[in-house]
Design a protein around this ligand. Structure first.
Ligand code: SF4
Length: 352
């Protein structure tokens, strides 16, 4: 029997393209949902043949804008997964949702079909900033869906973007105070990065410097009431995103949908996978251990040290830099707050 695999399903459609967006998504007024569903089901059939009746701890519908999906299509996909594999009893199914694309009726239907975690793309509670980012919604509609979701028996998270041009630590403190007043149990705080091939990439924006960004990052940690559990993620303990925890800890996962990536484990051999298996290549245990170190060290609880990770970690570097890295009694390597600020640099020195 093959190992449990988490599932990521990509939904590439959006109402329009945001000004900063470099994700695999396209603006589409009327997506062909029948065709989309058929392709996803075909991919599930492929993995059923390849992996057999494995257990599935989590499913994550990411986008794009998954909340645009008709609930019937969502229901058919989840039912197919349920019949092909064994969905764990304590499964988590996350749906990414954008304000303005989901009302109470639709939310209820998604919940009936299995959604028990909603991740809402709020991004800002300031209408001017939302317009600048090219978002379709306003703060009022974001607050409305947050309120609606908070009354359901599901986990709720909200995404925010910080580090906009001219933004300062003072603005960040205000943003944190606003978020604190919402009583959220999970939120993600993403730094605005300017990618080429986006509208922002073509504009000459006056972005905060690296030092200013680091100060804002620090201000979030100090002012947000939720504890950080990963570089960009904050949650009341127990409310973390289980799907992401599993993936960051190095569990196998299948990527379904155009452009989705996965890491598959068959008979103790790792494979790198993109899309419906069309690219499916062996991955050495060293390469996989390196990935696990990178995603593990982004978490506050760090990376578990096993024989594969220990082989490539420079322990002398750990001993020489206790202000950046520490080994715990339960054999995990954790990054200190200071270390989190230099994570990329640190990993280059740490991994042999
Ligand atoms: S809603 Fe998300 S995926 Fe869609 S265009 Fe905006 S940022 Fe990109």
């Amino acid at each position: 029997m093959n190992s449990p695999h988490n599932i990521y399903i990509h939904v590439p459609f959006c109402v329009s393209k945001c000004n900063y967006c470099a994700f695999f998504s396209r603006a589409c007024k009327e997506p062909d949902w029948t065709e989309y569903e058929q392709r996803i089901i075909q991919e599930i059939n492929y993995w059923e043949k390849k992996l057999g009746r494995i257990s599935i701890p989590t499913i994550f519908f990411g986008g794009g804008t998954p909340s645009l999906m008709p609930t019937k299509v969502f229901d058919n996909i989840v039912s197919k997964i349920n019949s092909a594999f064994n969905l764990n009893k304590d499964f988590e199914i996350t749906l990414e949702a954008n304000p303005g694309t989901i009302d109470e009726q639709k939310l209820n239907d998604f919940i009936i079909a299995g959604v028990n975690r909603l991740s809402i793309g709020v991004q800002s509670l300031d209408d001017e900033k939302l317009r600048f980012l090219g978002r379709r919604h306003d703060a009022k509609s974001a607050l409305k869906i947050l309120k609606l979701a908070s009354h359901k028996n599901i986990k709720v998270s909200a995404d925010f973007i910080y580090g906009l041009p001219e933004e300062t630590v003072k603005d960040i403190k205000k943003i944190c105070a606003d978020i604190n007043s919402l009583g959220l149990t999970h939120c993600s705080m993403y730094e605005l990065t300017i990618e080429p091939n986006t509208l922002f990439g073509k504009m000459n924006l006056n972005m905060p410097s690296n030092e200013e960004m680091a100060d804002m990052y620090d201000a979030i940690d100090k002012n947000l009431k939720l504890p950080r559990y990963e570089v960009s993620n904050y949650a009341v303990p127990g409310q973390e995103c289980l799907h992401n925890l599993n993936v960051w800890d190095g569990q196998p996962y299948i990527g379904i949908g155009q452009g989705a990536a996965g890491r598959i484990l068959i008979d103790n051999q790792w494979y790198e996978q993109i899309g419906g298996g069309e690219r499916f290549e062996k991955l050495s245990s060293t390469a996989r251990a390196e990935e696990r170190i990178i995603t593990g060290l982004r978490q506050v609880r760090g990376v578990f040290l096993d024989s594969d990770t220990e082989k490539i970690i420079n322990m002398q570097y750990v001993q020489d830099n206790p202000d950046l890295l520490q080994k715990t009694s339960d054999n995990r390597l954790i990054t200190t707050k200071q270390g989190m600020l230099f994570l990329d640099e640190l990993i280059l020195k740490l991994v042999r």
